[in-house]
Design a protein around this ligand. Structure first.
Ligand code: GRF
Length: 204
């Protein structure tokens, strides 16, 4: 099992769905061992209640910066895979490069549509409705330096219904996020476990 860190900034429902899947034995390729938050949030409370180690990194802390602090923490805890679940701080090129192929994110639209800097939460669903899209959904993708630009590993489509509001659409998509994310995490863990190259790129 790969040691998984989950990064969150919000309510934490995706975090909870990952922890639930692990508890039920559905998620077999990873062991969630660390939750990192960048602010006081619901995810922090959920992680503490679940008894998982939780670290709050102050996103405004001066010094080496959030990405470098995070990189140090992940190394220190021997983390092997990272899942962003509603994480809002932008990570720099150094950490995304170092974790390339082992760091993933979930986004509430059918990427490449409605992604990028500033596209999070209600704004995403508002953009879908304003564009008159007939469907939306959620995407799990590799994290790269370009926000929401990495390779898509899995998507679920959700129809847009007449009279939808950003909130109603977000709610239906979130239900699908909770199913999709654990599945994709497990799939990636399986493929990483078959690949004998460790994430720092050196030979084993
Ligand atoms: C989700 O919609 C996710 O796709 C996006 O942020 C939201 C986080 O929700 N990246 P939650 O904190 O997991 O409830």
């Amino acid at each position: 099992m790969l040691r998984l860190a989950i990064l969150a900034s919000g309510t934490g429902s995706n975090l909870q769905s990952i922890l639930n899947a692990a508890d039920r034995g559905i998620l077999i390729g990873v062991e969630p061992v660390l939750v990192v938050v960048d602010r006081s949030c619901g995810a922090l409370e959920l992680a503490s209640a679940a008894g998982i180690e939780t670290v709050l990194l102050d996103r405004k802390l001066p010094g080496i910066g959030l990405s470098a602090e995070l990189a140090r923490l992940l190394d220190h805890r021997n983390i092997e895979m990272v899942a962003l679940a509603g994480w809002l701080s932008i990570l720099d090129g150094e950490i995304t490069e170092r974790w390339a192929g082992r760091m993933i994110n979930i986004h509430p639209s059918l990427l490449p549509l409605h992604g990028g800097p500033g596209m999070y939460g209600r704004r995403v669903h508002r953009a879908v409705l304003d564009a008159g899209d007939r469907e939306s959904g959620c995407s799990v993708h590799l994290v790269t330096q370009g926000v929401d630009e990495g390779k898509v590993l899995g998507q679920t489509r959700v129809p847009v219904i007449e009279g939808d509001t950003p909130e109603s659409l977000a709610g239906r998509i979130l239900i699908e996020e909770h199913k999709l994310y654990p599945q994709v995490i497990d799939g990636l863990a399986e493929s990483l476990s078959c690949n004998l190259t460790p994430h720092n790129g050196s030979e084993m």
